[in-house]
Structures are given as C-alpha cells and as structure tokens.
Design a protein around this ligand. Sequence first.
Ligand SMILES: Cc1cc2nc3c(=O)[nH]c(=O)nc-3n(C[C@H](O)[C@H](O)[C@H](O)COP(=O)(O)O)c2cc1C
Length: 377
Amino acid sequence: MATMQAVRRRTDMYNGNALKIGLFGANCSSGRSATKVPERWTASWPDCLRLAQLADDAGIDFMLPIARWKGYGGDTDFHGASLETITWATGLLASTSRITVFGTVHAPLFHPLIAAKALVTADHAGEGRLGVNLVVGWNEGEFEMFGVEQREHDARYDYAQEWLDTVLRAWREPGDFEVDGRFLKLKKVRAFPKPFGEGRPILMNAGSSPAGQAFALRNCDAFFTATAGSRTSLEGNTQRVADIKAKARAFGRDIEVYTVGQVVCRASQREADDYYRHAIVDNADWGAVERMMALRNITRETVSEEEYAAKRQYFAGNAIGGYPFVGTPDRVAQELAGLGTAGLRGIALSFVNYLDEVPFFCGEVLPRLARLGLREG
Ligand SMILES: Cc1cc2nc3c(=O)[nH]c(=O)nc-3n(C[C@H](O)[C@H](O)[C@H](O)COP(=O)(O)O)c2cc1C
C-alpha cells in the first residue's frame, strides 16, 4: 500500500483530472490508422518531439507508445517504421516537464535486468514521470525474427510474473540478491540507481484473455481495455469497469481502468464525418487491414463471405484504432464525458495526423471536458 501511495504521488496519472487524456501510438508510422491518405503520421523523431512538447503544454496527461517490431504490410506497410519505446520515452521525458510517458516492454524479448536499468534511466530523465506497459506479445511473426519461440498462451503470463518480480526486486533491493525461479536463475544481482525519488513507475497492462487480465489485476496500477469505450452502451461500460475494480480489490489492489479510441474532431459534424469516411474507410489500406485480421485467424477461408465483409469494415473503422469519436467539439466532449460517468479513469486517443489535429482537440474539447466537471480548467 505504501508503494502504491508513492506511485500516486510521483506522476500526472494521479493528478486532479477525473478523466485522463492520453495520446496512443504516436511512435509508429500511421499511428493507429491503417490509411493511405498522404497526411498519415510518419512517426519521425522531430514530429514526435513537437507533439510531446505541444501535449505537455496543452495539458494532455500521458503518451502511450506501441512496441512493434515489424510492419503489417499493405500499400503503406502499416507500422513498418516504429521508434523503440523506452528510448523514445527517454528522449521525450528529457524534453518535457509534466506529462507521463510510457515505455512498453515485451517481457520475452528483453532480459529483465537490462529492462530494469533502461526503465530506470528513462525514469530519471523524466524525474519520476515514466510509466511502464508490460506486454507478452501476441504477434508470432515478430517473435520469429528474434529466433524466440512464443510460449503457450497462459505460460507467457507465468513467465511475465517472474520477469516482473525480478524487475521490481532490482528496483527495490538495497544489496545483492539471487533469483531462483522456474524460468530465471540469476546470481549476485546488483542494480543501481533505483527509480527516481520515492516509489516506482506506474505499471499498466492490457491483457484481454482471462490470464492476461488476472496478471494485470495482480500486478498493475492501470488496466487498459480495448472493449470499453462505446457511447452506445454506457450501462455495459459501467458494469465492466465495476467488475474489473471489484476483481482487483480481491487481490488487495485499487486499479484504474482506461480505454482507447480514435478522434476525428472538426468544427462541423459534416466535416468530421466526411474526413472519417475519406481517411478511415475510402482510403483504408486494405492489405494491412486484411493482414491484421489474418493474424486473428479471420480469413476468407475461416468465415463466410458476408461475415468477412462485415469484419473487414469493422476492423478498418473501429477495431484497429478503437472506438471512433467523430464530430464537433461538443459531441466529442459529450461522448468522452460518458466514459468518465461510466467510471473509466481515462482514454488513450489517436489521430490520423496528431500534429495537425491535437491542437484543435486541446483548444476545443479539453475546456468543454473541464466545464463538464471531468477535468481541471
Ligand atoms: C492499450 C493497449 C496497448 C497495447 N500495447 C501493446 C504493445 O505495445 N505491444 C504489443 O505487442 N501488444 C500490445 N497490446 C496487446 C495486449 O498487450 C495483449 O497482448 C492483447 O490485448 C491480447 O491479450 P492477451 O495477451 O491476454 O491474450 C496492447 C493492447 C492495448 C489495449
């Protein structure tokens, strides 16, 4: 409990904003939009840096990258270029003053002691503003290129538990220690410095399977779910958030629940609808969309023709970027406010081109959320 309190004192993830707003996926080319429009996000370092500084000044609470090692193909090679997330976070933390920046680690690909030290380095660069997203991986093609074989699904989380316990000890143990686990056997381990100031970086996970969710509830401060976020089922969201929080309490943990979404916000509803259709549907990179579906075993061979067509639309418009918030500042603010009412603590948002669109969003939507009582003014 003392550690959780110290975690809460050190980051903007626990500031007075009832609904935290983050930016998701800006380290990857095309962000979270599998689109061919020429203005799509390139994820270049200068653009990421400008975006982080703008977000830091405008009151955005956090930035969450995606750890991705290989593109999904298609005409644009969606996510073909991505900046490594801990390095990215370190640079951004050193160049900002308030915002929380996450680094995302694939436990099976990073030795825990290298990860522990890289994360501490980022945390010192940000004077305690680093967040950590621990993932076990789901995309087989990525592991193949490392020569690493993925464990059976639930065993990935067994390994992640030992991995995380080791990282937490490296951050805490005042002297040498040994790890004698099922997977890790480490002798005379020594790790300095410790994380910045008191406590440790905030930990998040977004597992969706029962094993993944149990891992998050046992270990993490924040749980991200891609399936909450729809304005059409406020009741469903409220129930889901309450269930997750109750399950976490059974582990003695007070977990915060977040979700993800994409935003197309324009002065008029018509403009927003037109741009969403133009960028996300009419100019979808269908090759990349279909590849992402195939990774989830949805192909023309595994489902009927109608189901395939429906899923294809759903993946392009909703599943890849998350629930679309499309409309005027009033409408987007109302819909986001609905998530706060459902008990969600925050949302990580993506934009087709973050630098072009985030200033309008911050100037118009954040003040409305403040007026609706969800954020400090
Ligand atoms: C907000 C969010 C961020 C995620 N970030 C990553 C990531 O950076 N890299 C990755 O391989 N998977 C990422 N995932 C996938 C999850 O970690 C997880 O593997 C996936 O939801 C499947 O759940 P499972 O592992 O319980 O089967 C993310 C998911 C969400 C919703």
